[in-house]
Design a protein around this ligand. Structure first.
Ligand SMILES: Nc1ncnc2c1ncn2[C@@H]1O[C@H](COP(=O)(O)OP(=O)(O)O)[C@@H](O)[C@H]1O
Ligand SMILES: [Mg+2]
Length: 457
C-alpha cells in the first residue's frame, strides 16, 4: 500500500501540473480568439457597407432606389445575421421599417456603434453613415448592422470546448501519470521484495546493486552496510553466548566434582571445611563473572555515567591503591603516580576501571619492578594510563584486547579472578563517560588507559 501511495501522489502531481498547463494555454488561447472574435463583426459590417456605399451615393431618383431596396432585401435574406435600415424624411427612400427606436439610434453619432434592440438578447454591431441629398433624394442615414449572436455563441462554445478538453487532459494525465509512476516504482517494489527475504537466519545476504537504477544506489549501499553491522553484531552475540557458557562451565565443573568426591564416603569435619572453602571460591568466581556480565549488559543498553563529580584523578588512584594494598605487597611491586588532572567522573565506575587496569598491570609485572600511573591534561580531555614493564604485545592482539573474553594467552590467565572481561569493562566505563580507551606496547613498556572528557566549561 505504501508504494501505491507514492504512485497516487505522483499521479496527483501530474494532474496538478496538467491543470496548470491547460489553464495557462487555455487562457492565452481564449484571450487570443476572443480578441479576434471581437474585431470580426465590425470587419464584416465594414465589408458589407463598402460594397453598397458607391451605389447609394450615386442613385438619387426613386427608380434606381427600388433597385437598391431589392439589393438590400436580397442581402438580408441571404444572410440572416444582416440587417439594413435607411432612415429619411421621405418614406420612399426608407428601408427596413425603421421604428422609433431605430430612428433615434440613427440620429445619434456616426460611425461604428452597438445597438441593443428591445427583445433581442445580443447587441447589433451597427455602422451609421450619412449621405447628403442627391437629385430628388433627401439626405439619409444608412445603417448596416450585423447580429453578434453567432459570434457570442462561437465564443461560448469555444469556452466549453476548452474546459472539456482540459478536464479530459487532466484525467488522462493523472491516469497516465499513475501508470508511469507504477512502472517507475517497479524497482522499488522489487527491492522491498528482495529485502523481505533477508530475515535474521539469512543475514549474510545483501541487496544487489547492479539491477537497480542509480537513484537507489545510496539507499542500497547504506542498507547493505547496516546489514553488515547487524551481521557482525549478531555473530559477536553468538560467540559471546558461547564464551559465557564456556566461562561458567569450569567453575561449575569444579564445584560438582569436589562435591561429588566429598560425598563418596564419610569425611572429617576438616575435610568438609576445606571443600566448602574451595566451593566458596568457585561460587565467588561465578558471582564475579555474572556481575561483570550484568554491568556490561547495562552499559550495552546505553546506560551513562550520571552521578558525575569533579574529582582529582590522582586522589582516586591513591584511594584505589589503598584498596589494592595487600595485592601489591604480595606481588612485591610498587606503583608511582605521575601528574594529576581534574575531570567529571562517576567515582565508583572510575575505581572499578582503575582496579581492573592495576590488577592486570600487577599480574604482568615481575617482583621488584615499578608500575607507573600517568595522568595528563590534554586539550579537551584528560588521559590516565597504567604502564608496566613487560614483554612486547604482538600488534595483531592490540586492537582486540578490549573485546570481551579476548586473552593473549588464555591458559596462563584463566584462573582466579581472570575471566577476560576486565578490559571490556574498562572500555565500557570509558564509553559511559563519553571517552575512549588506548593501549601501547613499546620499548618494553605496556600501557593501558582511558581518555575522558575534561572539565566542562
Ligand atoms: N598490563 C598488561 N600487560 C600485558 N598484557 C595485558 C595487560 N593487561 C591486559 N593484558 C592482556 O589483555 C588480556 C585481557 O585482559 P582482561 O580483559 O583484563 O582479561 P583477563 O585479565 O581476565 O585475562 C589479558 O588476558 C592479557 O593478555
Ligand atoms: Mg584482567
Amino acid at each position: 500500500m505504501a508504494s501505491n501511495s507514492i504512485a497516487l501522489r505522483l499521479s496527483g502531481m501530474f494532474a496538478l501540473v496538467a491543470l496548470l498547463v491547460f489553464l495557462l494555454i487555455g487562457w492565452a488561447l481564449y484571450l487570443q480568439v476572443d480578441k479576434g472574435l471581437g474585431l470580426l463583426p465590425a470587419a464584416e459590417v465594414d465589408a458589407r457597407y463598402s460594397v453598397l456605399e458607391s451605389a447609394v451615393q450615386r442613385y438619387g431618383n426613386p427608380e434606381h432606389w427600388t433597385k437598391i431596396n431589392a439589393k438590400l432585401k436580397l442581402l438580408s435574406e441571404e444572410d440572416k445575421r444582416l440587417r439594413f435600415w435607411v432612415v429619411s424624411d421621405n418614406p420612399t427612400y426608407e428601408f427596413g421599417n425603421p421604428d422609433d427606436e431605430i430612428r433615434q439610434f440613427a440620429n445619434g453619432s456616426l460611425g461604428m456603434r452597438n445597438l441593443n434592440l428591445r427583445g433581442h438578447d445580443y447587441p447589433f454591431k451597427v455602422l451609421v453613415s450619412q449621405f447628403p441629398p442627391k437629385d430628388q433624394r433627401p439626405p439619409l442615414r444608412f445603417l448596416t448592422a450585423i447580429d453578434t449572436q453567432t459570434f457570442w455563441q462561437t465564443q461560448h462554445s469555444l469556452l466549453i470546448a476548452l474546459i472539456s478538453l482540459a478536464a479530459v487532459g487532466i484525467a488522462l494525465a493523472s491516469a497516465l501519470g499513475y501508470w508511469v509512476a507504477r512502472i517507475g516504482l517497479k524497482p522499488l517494489l522489487d527491492l522491498s521484495l528482495e529485502a523481505r527475504k533477508l530475515a535474521p537466519p539469512r543475514l549474510s545476504g545483501r541487496l544487489r546493486l547492479s539491477s537497480l537504477p542509480p537513484e537507489l544506489d545510496q539507499f542500497v549501499t547504506s542498507f547493505n552496510s547496516t546489514l553488515e553491522r547487524v551481521e557482525q553484531a549478531y555473530s559477536r552475540l553468538e560467540s559471546f553466548n558461547a564464551d559465557v557458557a564456556h566461562e561458567l562451565r569450569s567453575p561449575l565443573t569444579n564445584l560438582i566434582g569436589q562435591t561429588q568426591v566429598a560425598l563418596t564416603r564419610g569425611r572429617s569435619a576438616e575435610h568438609y571445611f576445606e571443600v566448602l572453602q574451595s566451593n566458596l571460591e568457585e561460587l565467588e568466581r561465578l558471582r564475579s563473572i555474572i556481575n561483570d556480565m550484568l554491568f556490561l549488559a547495562s552499559a550495552d543498553q546505553g546506560s551513562k555515567a550520571t552521578e558525575l563529580t569533579e574529582s582529582s584523578l590522582a586522589e582516586e588512584v591513591a584511594t584505589t591503591l589503598d584498596y589494592l594494598d595487600f595485592i601489591l605487597e604480595d606481588a612485591q611491586v610498587r606503583v608511582q603516580v605521575r601528574g594529576d588532572a581534574s575531570a567529571p567522573i562517576e567515582k565508583a565506575h572510575l575505581r572499578r576501571a582503575l582496579i581492573n587496569l592495576l590488577h592486570n598491570a600487577v599480574q604482568h609485572t615481575l617482583p621488584g619492578q615499578v608500575i607507573h600511573v600517568d595522568i595528563a591534561e590534554e586539550r579537551n580531555h584528560v588521559s590516565i594510563g597504567v604502564a608496566n614493564p613487560g614483554a612486547q604485545i604482538c600488534g595483531e592482539h592490540l586492537p582486540k584486547l578490549f573485546e570481551r573474553f579476548y586473552r593473549v594467552d588464555a591458559s596462563r590467565s584463566n584462573s582466579g579472578a581472570n575471566h577476560g572481561l576486565g578490559l571490556a569493562i574498562v572500555k565500557a566505563i570509558a564509553l559511559m563517560h563519553g571517552g575512549t580507551v588506548f593501549v601501547r606496547s613499546e620499548d618494553g613498556v605496556n600501557t593501558f588507559g582511558m581518555k575522558l572528557p575534561g572539565m566542562s566549561d
